[in-house]
Design a binder for this molecule. Structure first.
Ligand code: NDP
Ligand code: TDO
Ligand code: MG
Length: 295
């Protein structure tokens, strides 16, 4: 069984590459070896490798920058996934793809289920939604799409690492406290993906389609930052800014090019049922990653 991973140097791509080692022949390709902005090049890479599974962990993830270069975001996040699905359909391969809470506008009261109507607030979210829809429109292909959220890892760029850096270098720190969600570790996403492959290969696969994938529990960005700093302090980190000194502000006081949803909560009931899996609290993953960074 050959598993091809795109975006292998990203948070999820790197976690997948580690997690899947031993599960078959792994072809882990970074953006230089499999460039999603060049669909023809991508097709040639697939033809040359002929994978049984394509795990698409590559994406355009710069949320604010996407507002000023939406064409590139759409090429990478929508056109390329469509091409991957078409190749998979033509060659009998299976496709795993990742999407985002940012497909929603965040106005729902309570957690979003898979059947809720998406309505993205920004270009990144719109590009990811178009990618989901493009994959779903390709006939005769087995695809699983995990909508995940607020991803962090020791490897790569994310809010957790930004907060650690700012708390070491800045004199003050203000963080939004009216956007709610669940920080989800790249390792958890890799675990669920590995479970999927095992189950499908064993003939017990969860049905194809869309799944919400997030850690359990919920928080807002300020409380998340404070928890990160508490974990770092517990590991002996000396900080300029103590957890309780992180100020809470409304999103309107932290203007950004892209608007972000106030509610990023994802209901994971479907995944937990079909995968027979309990998802851990978000704090578990945060503690693990802070410890990895300190080690
Ligand atoms: N990060 C998050 O908070 C969330 C992510 N997701 C989704 O999860 C998936 C994985 O994201 P995550 O690992 O966090 O993101 P990262 O930004 O960490 O990784 C994305 C990877 O894609 C690569 N990439 C960018 N452009 C191209 C291209 N043209 N061709 C090939 N590769 C490219 C990047 O390369 P390089 O390293 O060179 O920049 C990077 O390694 C994505 O689908 C994302 O939309 C969903 C919800 C939240
Ligand atoms: C750096 C910083 C950010 N913020 C706010 C801005 C924003 O509302 C929130 C998070 O900012 P970030 O830019 O880290 O997060 P962002 O890039 O929007 O994260 C998103 O990435 C994409 C890829 C996804 O798919 C989403 O699930 C989500 O994880 O924190 C502060 O309030 N103060 C700060 O000092
Ligand atoms: Mg970001």
């Amino acid at each position: 069984m050959k598993i091809l991973i795109t975006g292998a140097n990203g948070q999820v791509g790197q976690a997948l590459t580690q997690r899947l080692t031993g599960s078959g022949e792994i072809v882990a390709l970074d953006r230089h070896s499999a460039d999603l902005s060049q669909p023809e090049h991508l097709r040639a890479v697939l033809d040359a490798n002929s994978p049984d599974w394509i795990i698409n962990a590559a994406a355009y993830t710069a949320v604010d920058k996407a507002e000023s270069e939406p064409e590139l975001a759409f090429t990478i996040n929508a056109q390329a996934p469509k091409m991957l699905a078409e190749w998979a359909a033509a060659h009998g391969a299976k496709l795993v793809h990742y999407s985002t809470d940012y497909v929603f506008d965040g106005t729902k009261v309570g957690a979003y289920v898979e059947s809720d109507a998406p309505a993205p607030l920004n270009a990144y979210g719109a590009s990811k939604l178009t990618g989901e829809q493009a994959i779903a429109a390709v006939a005769g292909v087995q695809t699983w799409v995990f909508r995940t959220t607020w991803v962090f890892a020791a490897h790569g760029n994310n809010f957790l690492k930004t907060m650690l850096k700012l708390a070491q270098t800045r004199e003050s720190l203000s963080v939004v406290n009216d956007q709610f969600g669940a920080p989800t570790s790249a390792d958890l996403i890799a675990d669920v993906t590995a479970t999927l492959i095992d189950k499908v290969q064993g003939g017990l696969g969860p049905t194809t389609g869309l799944y919400h994938l997030a850690a359990a529990g919920e928080t807002h960005w300020q409380a998340y930052a404070q928890h990160v700093l508490r974990c770092a302090q517990a590991r002996g980190e000396v900080l300029n800014i103590a957890p309780e000194q992180v100020a809470g502000i409304p999103a309107r006081d932290y203007p950004t090019p892209a608007a972000r949803p106030a509610n990023s909560r994802l209901d994971t009931t479907k995944l937990e049922r079909e995968f027979d899996m309990a998802l851990p609290d978000w704090r578990v993953g945060v503690e693990t990653v802070v410890n990895q960074l300190k080690a």
